[in-house]
Design a protein around this ligand. Sequence first.
Ligand code: ZN
Ligand code: ZN
Length: 234
Amino acid sequence: MEIAPGIYSMTQRKGAYVHAFLLDDGDGLTLVDTLYDTDAHRVLAELDQIGKSVSDIKHIVMTHCHRSHLGGLALLKERSGAPVYAHQWEADLIAGERKQQPVAWRPYAPVRVWPLQIALNLGVARHPPATVDHFVQEGDQVGPLRVVACPGHSPGHLSFWWEQRRLLIAGDAICTWPSLMLGWRGFTLNPTQHRASVRRLAEFDSQILCVGHGEPLASDAAQAIRAALPSLDR
Ligand SMILES: [Zn+2]
Ligand SMILES: [Zn+2]
């Protein structure tokens, strides 16, 4: 679904209302994350609906390596021929060469993602592995997006900023499901890094906010993030 001109949001319930995004800057498509399902049918259907084909995808960029975001990656990489970009720390996880870093075993808010924490720690849901072609870091450019290092949720977690559109893609540093939360504590590997990262995201003059779990905010994003900042210290 088009949430703003050239910004398309895709979601599925499995993986906790996980989201992926297609961005059209007039010079091909950039795909951010790939949803849970391994057949990528929702991404392919969205391409169909907007009159594009899978070969229009020029870049596939990953916020981080958690299972919910990786499902369609291998298939979409193969079908599009597009290079995959991620932080180096996440790359061997994406390639299936390393086990996931365990997250908290105990429940935190929102308690309904607790089963996902357990599933991650037990390694029950594998993804089809894919090779990362380019390691990216703070300040790099991928299609229309500037890479924003955003460690905390995971060491190589990335956010993205499309200056011209005032679009912030926060990945899992911020969630809007089941309500706006500055990250899920049970999944945050380094809370100190995470708080610093979110404070930095709040400095962007963002209008639109896209997140890894939950619906995008289509307006006044920066105000919403800044208003939630006191919750970081609770
Ligand atoms: Zn995650
Ligand atoms: Zn996630």
